[in-house]
Design a protein around this ligand. Structure first.
Ligand code: G4P
Length: 508
C-alpha cells in the first residue's frame, strides 16, 4: 500500500500571503531548511525590470510548479498556480489536477476578485476548500464579518476551526477550538515559538464571541467539506508561524485522497490496476541550453514504474517513460515509482500536449480540460519578414504550452494570437525574443473574440463557412474557428445560423 497522498493547490488574490504560506508549509513539512528561500526569490522578482519580473515569475513557476514533501507518513503534492491577477488558463488547468485547495484570505481585505474567480473554478469541479484567514498579527476586520463574507459571497457553510484572540496590537494568540489550546506569540518578533497553553483564560469579549460562533455556525462535517459544501476556516499568520502546522494537520486528516477522474468511456478510479494520467501543463525551454520540454502528468490510477510504456490517447504510438521526474521540494528527482495523486514530469520533444491522456489501457480519455475562448486578439507582425518559419515554430510551441492560442486565418497571412489576459501578451513578446530570437509587434486585430464552430449538419456548416470565409481561421490543431468582431456579433450570427454551434470552450 502506498502512503496516503494529498494533492492540493493554494488559491488567493495577490499579496494575501500565498508565497509566505507556501514557504512555511514546505518548512513545516521539512522540505526546505531555511525559512526565506521561496520568499527571497519573490523579493528579487519585485526588484527587477519588467521583463526580468516576468522571467523571474516564470522562474518561480518553473522550479516550484510542483513541490512534494512528506510529513508523518503522508505525501503532500503542492501545485503552484501562477499568482498574477490575470485569470490564466494555466491556473485553471492546474486546478483540474488537484483533489483539494487551500484558500488564503487577507484578514483586512476579505474575499478579493481573484480569490473569487479561482474559487468558482474549484466549485465547477467540487474541489473541497480549507480557508486560511491570514495576517491576524495585523489589524484586520472583525471575525464575524469575515466569516459571514465567506459564507455569503461564496455560498458556502463556514465552520471556524480556530479563533484569533485579538488582532494587530491586541493580538494574543490563536485558539484551537477543538483542543481549547492557545498558541501564544513570543519574544520581540511576536512569532509563534511553540508556547502553547491549555484551557486559557480568555478576555471576556473573546469568550463571548466564541460562544456565539459555536452556537451560530455549523459544526464541522467532514462529508460536507469533501462535497465542497462547507469550508473549515483557520485563522493565523503565515509570517509569524501561526497556522501552517495546523493546516498541514488538517489536510492530512480531512482533505480527500486522490479522487476518481472524469473520463471516457468511464471515470478512472484511483484503485484501478492500469496506469492512467493526464497532462495538465507543458513547460518548454526550462533549460535555455536545451530545447527540452517537460509535460506535467497527474497520475490518476495504477502504480507507475520507470521505463513503463504509456500511450497518449489519439496519438497512437506508445512512449517509454525512461526518465520521469519527481518534484521533491526544489530538487528534481528521478522517479522510480509514483502513485495516484503524484505528479511526474516527462521530458519530451513536443510529442506531449496539454490535455493528453497517457494510459496503459487503450482508448481512455480524461475529460474536462477546456480551451477558453480568448478575450484579447492581436495580429502578430514580424519586424524581420525572413523569420516567418521561426515565428510559426514559436507560436506553435507557445500555444502548445498554453501561453497563447494561435489562429491561422483562411485568408491572408497575418497570424492571430488570442489570450485571456493582458499579461500573456507581455510574456509572449519577451519569450519570442529571448527564446526564439524573433522580434515582433502585436497589432490591433479586427477581431475581438473567437468561437469554435461545429455542426451535425454538414450543409449548414458549409453554407456558413462559404459566406463567412473572411472571418474563418484554424486553431493549432486544425479545428475551424469563427473570429468575431464582438460578442454581439457572435450572438447575431449564432441566431442566423441556428444549426451551427459556436462554442466558447473546446474540450481536448
Ligand atoms: P502573495 O504570494 O500572495 O502575493 O503574497 P506574499 O506571500 O508575497 O505576501 C505579500 C506581503 O504580505 C508580503 O509583504 C508578506 O511579507 C506579507 N505577509 C504575508 N503573510 C503575512 C502575515 O501573516 N502577516 C503580515 N503582517 N504580513 C504578511 P511585502 O512587504 O509586500 O513583501 P516583502 O517586501 O516583505 O517581500
Amino acid at each position: 500500500m502506498p502512503s496516503p497522498r494529498r494533492t492540493f493547490a493554494i488559491i488567493s488574490h495577490p499579496d494575501a500571503g500565498k508565497t509566505t504560506l507556501t514557504e512555511k508549509l514546505l518548512y513545516v513539512g521539512g522540505a526546505i531548511h531555511l525559512a526565506g528561500e521561496v520568499k527571497a526569490r519573490g523579493q528579487n522578482r519585485r526588484a527587477r525590470s519588467d521583463w526580468m519580473k516576468i522571467e523571474q515569475q516564470r522562474g518561480i513557476s518553473v522550479t516550484s510548479s510542483v513541490m512534494t514533501f512528506e510529513k508523518d507518513g503522508v505525501f503532500f503534492n503542492l501545485l503552484d498556480t501562477p499568482g498574477h491577477e490575470d485569470f490564466s488558463e494555466d491556473t485553471y488547468r492546474t486546478l483540474t489536477a488537484v483533489d483539494s485547495a487551500v484558500m488564503v484570505i487577507d484578514a483586512a481585505r476579505g474575499i478579493e476578485a481573484q480569490t473569487r474567480k479561482l474559487f468558482e473554478v474549484c466549485r465547477l469541479r467540487n474541489v473541497p476548500i480549507i480557508t486560511f484567514v491570514n495576517k491576524v498579527d495585523r489589524e484586520g476586520r472583525p471575525v464575524f464579518e469575515l466569516l459571514d463574507e465567506i459564507a455569503d459571497m461564496l455560498a458556502l457553510d463556514v465552520c471556524p476551526m480556530s479563533w484569533p484572540v485579538g488582532m494587530g496590537g491586541t493580538f494574543q494568540g490563536v485558539l484551537d477550538l477543538k483542543t481549547n489550546r492557545i498558541s501564544r506569540p513570543d519574544g520581540d518578533s511576536r512569532t509563534f515559538q511553540g508556547r502553547v497553553e491549555e484551557a486559557p483564560e480568555l478576555p471576556p469579549e473573546i469568550a463571548e464571541e466564541i460562544e456565539l460562533a459555536q452556537a451560530g455556525y455549523a459544526a464541522f462535517d467532514p462529508e460536507a467539506y469533501r462535497a465542497g459544501d462547507l469550508t473549515p476556516v483557520y485563522f493565523g499568520s503565515a509570517l509569524k508561524d501561526f497556522g501552517p502546522a495546523e493546516l498541514i494537520a488538517a489536510l492530512a486528516e480531512y482533505a480527500p485522497p486522490p479522487r476518481p477522474q472524469p473520463a471516457e468511456p468511464a471515470p478512472v478510479q484511483p484503485d484501478e490496476k492500469d496506469v492512467t494520467g493526464f497532462v495538465f501543463k507543458v513547460q518548454a525551454n526550462m533549460d535555455p541550453q536545451h530545447r527540452d520540454r517537460i509535460a506535467f502528468m497527474r497520475l490518476c490510477s495504477g502504480t507507475f514504474k520507470r521505463g513503463m510504456k504509456l500511450t497518449p490517447t489519439g496519438h497512437g504510438k506508445p512512449i517509454a517513460v525512461h526518465s520521469p521526474i519527481l518534484f521533491f521540494a526544489q530538487d528534481r528527482e528521478i522517479a522510480d515509482e509514483a502513485f495516484p495523486g503524484d505528479i511526474i514530469g516527462i521530458p519530451n520533444h513536443g510529442t506531449l500536449r496539454v490535455g493528453d491522456t497517457l494510459s496503459e489501457k487503450p482508448g481512455v480519455r480524461i475529460t474536462g480540460l477546456p480551451n477558453f475562448a480568448p478575450e484579447i486578439l492581436r495580429r502578430v507582425a514580424l519586424k524581420d519578414p525572413t523569420k516567418t518559419k521561426q515565428l510559426r515554430k514559436a507560436l506553435d510551441d507557445l500555444s502548445e504550452e498554453g501561453v497563447i492560442q494561435v489562429f491561422y486565418p483562411e485568408i491572408g497571412s497575418n497570424w492571430i494570437i488570442g489570450v485571456v489576459g493582458q499579461l500573456q501578451l507581455e510574456v509572449l513578446l519577451s519569450r519570442l525574443e529571448a527564446e526564439y530570437k524573433v522580434a515582433a509587434n502585436l497589432e490591433p486585430s479586427p477581431f475581438d473574440t473567437a468561437r469554435w464552430i461545429s455542426s451535425d449538419d454538414p450543409a449548414a456548416l458549409k453554407e456558413f463557412t462559404d459566406l463567412n470565409r473572411g472571418a474563418l481561421a484554424k486553431d493549432r490543431d486544425g479545428n475551424p474557428v469563427f473570429l468575431a468582431k464582438s460578442a454581439w456579433e457572435v450572438g447575431y450570427i449564432a441566431d442566423r445560423y441556428s444549426k451551427v454551434t459556436f462554442a466558447a470552450t473546446r474540450e481536448r
